[in-house]
Design a protein around this ligand. Structure first.
Ligand SMILES: Nc1ncnc2c1ncn2[C@@H]1O[C@H](COP(=O)(O)OP(=O)(O)O)[C@@H](O)[C@H]1O
Ligand SMILES: [Mg+2]
Length: 172
């Protein structure tokens, strides 16, 4: 049994709303092992993105704790990359430049070659020099995926990452 990578303990979160406070997450606990793939499923508005943002460190819980590798979640870090529901590709950079953006540390070797390798992995070979406005919605989603893969994060947080992709592309 491998060690638990992510431990969520009795997390509670409310947001202010027109009718007072809206409790979006109420005492959620879960543990996720290293190498495990977990999907959180539920109706629209039930709190999935909120929970993901708390685990990724972008939101603070009102109560409860999140631990990553046994240490309290202190905020976003390169250890965990979020693929957001809303898209986060930079429109003024090409596909290749978007993929190279996260490779700002040492030890990545030929960054352009690495970017092109991951572009090809998601089926965007030949579009390395294209700008986001020249791509379809599904292609943009694939740039997002490649942008997360290229930095080789330990944890990938994905908020509906396949919503603009058809079944064939998702299976490919
Ligand atoms: N920053 C916020 N401020 C106020 N209400 C929010 C905020 N973020 C989410 N909510 C509310 O919390 C609820 C859950 O939202 P969300 O986590 O995005 O749901 P899901 O991802 O499951 O569709 C919704 O009612 C939403 O309106
Ligand atoms: Mg959501």
């Amino acid at each position: 049994m491998s060690a638990r990578k992510i431990v969520v303990e009795r997390v509670t979160k409310s947001f202010p709303s027109g009718k007072g406070s809206l409790k979006v997450i109420d005492g959620v606990s879960l543990g996720i092992a290293d190498g495990e793939f977990v999907a959180i499923v539920g109706p629209s508005g039930c709190g999935k993105s909120t929970l993901l943002n708390i685990v990724a460190g972008f939101e603070r819980p009102d109560e409860g704790t999140v631990e990553i590798d046994g240490a309290p979640q202190a905020g976003p870090s390169p250890k965990g990359i979020v693929i957001s529901q809303h898209g986060s590709v930079f429109p003024w950079l090409t596909v290749q430049q978007n993929l190279m953006f996260g490779l700002n540390g040492e030890g990545h070797g030929d960054k352009a070659a690495l970017a092109d390798h991951y572009a090809a992995m998601v089926g965007l070979k030949g579009f390395e020099k294209s700008y986001p406005h020249e791509l379809s919605g599904g292609m943009l989603k694939r740039v997002e995926l490649a942008r997360a893969f290229v930095v080789k994060p330990e944890i990938l947080y994905m908020d509906e990452p396949f919503s603009a992709l058809d079944a064939l592309m998702t299976c490919a």
